[in-house]
Write a protein that binds this ligand. Structure first.
Ligand SMILES: Nc1nc2c(ncn2[C@@H]2O[C@H](COP(=O)(O)OP(=O)(O)OP(=O)(O)O)[C@@H](O)[C@H]2O)c(=O)[nH]1
Length: 224
């Protein structure tokens, strides 16, 4: 009995993770770095600097008893960094289109970000891709808000985007939920694809368990 139990325990400890590449896009200053840092480290920087190029961090999330390792790519939103960020879109599993609820022009640019992603990630026309729209800075006072929730919902409905949420990296509102929602959206599309066609499994099985912590950063990583 004892031997058998210990064998079962050993088997359970060898878990398989699915690695998902998540790219966060949106205008400079909407709070992409802060969202990532709130999600991964539960920290917020009131004086966060502009990102140059891209940075990434890993974090595990559990959904329905399964563990997913999110490799989250925070990109530089400023136009001048376009050539540094776009090479990193390929191979993404999820794309977060982010704007600031206090910044109408960042909301209007969501369409541009979607187009830029589809082009550089080389997503074939007609493919359903898990986009999630994030209205960050929901903590701002009503006088500073420039994008009503309804306007965002209408845009998402018009653009067939079914996952959207308002967040605040500052007060941590809905940040965990946004990333979980993104994975759930990915899962829905994945299970639909499984039913319809035999898709090539391009997810990575990690033999080693990854910790939640920061992993690494790459080109142009760092702040201005
Ligand atoms: N009030 C409020 N401020 C926020 C929030 N998230 C970020 N900020 C502030 O917005 C500013 C820009 O945040 P970043 O995370 O650097 O913005 P970014 O989108 O990564 O900008 P780029 O790196 O230039 O693309 C910083 O001063 C943050 O403190 C939020 O949820 N609420």
């Amino acid at each position: 009995m004892t031997t058998s139990n210990s064998k079962q325990t050993n088997m359970r400890s060898v878990t398989k993770n699915t690695l998902l590449k998540v790219v966060i896009l949106g205008d400079g200053g909407v709070g992409k770095s802060c969202l990532m840092n709130r999600f991964v480290s539960n920290q917020f920087d009131e004086h966060s600097f502009h990102t140059i190029g891209v940075e990434f961090l890993n974090k595990d999330v559990d959904i329905d008893g399964e563990t997913y390792t999110l490799q989250i790519w925070d990109t530089a939103g400023q136009e001048r960094f376009k050539t540094l960020r776009t090479p990193f879109y390929r191979g993404s599993d999820i794309c977060m289109l982010t704007y600031g609820v206090d910044d109408k022009s960042s909301f209007k640019n969501i369409q541009m970000w979607k187009n830029e992603f589809l082009y550089y990630a080389d997503i074939k026309e007609g493919t359903q891709f898990p986009f999630i729209v994030i209205g960050n800075k929901s903590d701002v006072v009503p006088e500073e808000r420039e994008v009503p929730l309804l306007e965002m919902e209408t845009w998402c409905n018009d653009n067939s985007i079914t996952s959207y949420i308002e967040t605040s990296a500052k007060n941590a509102s809905n940040v965990q939920e946004a990333f979980k929602m993104a994975v759930q959206h990915w899962l829905r599309l994945e299970s639909r694809a499984d039913k319809n066609d035999p898709v090539i499994d391009d997810t990575v099985d990690l033999t080693k368990k990854h910790s939640d912590s920061r992993s690494s950063c790459c080109i142009g990583a760092g702040d201005e």
